[in-house]
Design a protein around this ligand. Structure first.
Ligand SMILES: Nc1ncnc2c1ncn2[C@@H]1O[C@H](COP(=O)(O)OP(=O)(O)O)[C@@H](O)[C@H]1O
Ligand SMILES: [Mg+2]
Length: 151
């Protein structure tokens, strides 16, 4: 397991950017689980990843809409990645794995062009396939963040 501690929000965003650019599509969607307390930085991590991959619109927390799908640009001059979409899901308000069904989760998982960032995977753990990466963010007393990556 790799681990990185960063002091500032700017460093945190750089780390998220580095991570986003390190991913490449596989034979199904790439699922990234984002765990951590409320306010740890799961949404901030997703925002920075999205910006790095070329999303220009504002990325908001999908706590109320549950899911947001952003088309990723493949413009000249945008190196970015080979993913077609970034899917941001916040499972905070879900109670069980089957609550993912209305979000079309199973279909989304079949498409290798999808990069899925899922906040609060614990809420829907019983329905989740093995993720590509499990990220856990913890806040230290001085507001630094430790970001842990596990397969
Ligand atoms: N070093 C840091 N790393 C990440 N976030 C930070 C840091 N310092 C302050 N923050 C702030 O912490 C908050 C994290 O909130 P958010 O990403 O919405 O958390 P979550 O989605 O995990 O509930 C943001 O407002 C962000 O600006
Ligand atoms: Mg959040």
């Amino acid at each position: 397991m790799a681990e990185k501690t960063v002091k500032t929000l700017a460093e945190f965003e750089s780390e998220a950017a580095r991570f986003a650019l390190s991913l490449a599509p596989i034979d199904r969607a790439t699922l990234v689980m984002l765990s951590g307390e409320l306010g740890a930085g799961k949404t901030a991590f997703t925002k920075a990843a999205a910006r790095t991959l070329g999303v220009e619109e504002t990325v908001n927390s999908p706590t109320f809409v549950l899911e947001k799908i952003y088309l990723l640009p493949r413009k000249e001059g945008h190196p970015m990645s080979d993913f077609a979409r970034l899917v941001h899901i916040d499972a905070y308000r879900l109670e069980k794995g089957s609550d993912l069904a209305p979000l079309g989760f199973d279909e989304l998982m079949k498409d290798s062009g999808n990069l899925i960032l899922l906040e609060w995977p614990e809420k829907v753990a019983d329905a989740l396939p093995t993720p590509s990466v499990r990220i856990s963010i913890t806040t230290l007393p001085d507001d630094s963040r430790t970001i842990s990556y596990a397969p």
